[in-house]
Design a protein around this ligand. Sequence first.
Ligand code: AMP
Length: 111
Amino acid sequence: MTVFQQIIDGEIPADIVYEDDRCLAFRDVNPQAPVHVLVIPRKPIVSLAQLEDEDESLMGHLMVVSRRVALDMGLDNGFRPIINSGADGGQSVDHLHVHVMGGRGLQWPPG
Ligand code: AMP
């Protein structure tokens, strides 16, 4: 069981900024930018590498929610959605999530 599943199940607290029947968005506990929110599906998908064809609409929904959260948080000047996938991708929690980061100029490329 991942820590994100525990958040979905209400077993541990999170600073939830948006939720609906398919996803949840909450503030990252270790923010790397003034705004750093994670958008996660309620469905326990391990990573982008484990996506199935039937998840196409759900992934689109996560993008639309990422946009909504970013604009609700005042990121009118831009923001960066990031999906780390697998060990080399820097993924540390095995439940698919979109990082929505902004509130400062973000560097490119990432390390
Ligand atoms: P990743 O390295 O892409 O898998 O990102 C995982 C993110 O989850 C990291 O940015 C962590 O700071 C964040 N995180 C881990 N545990 C929690 C938690 N309990 N509540 C909120 N964010 C968390």
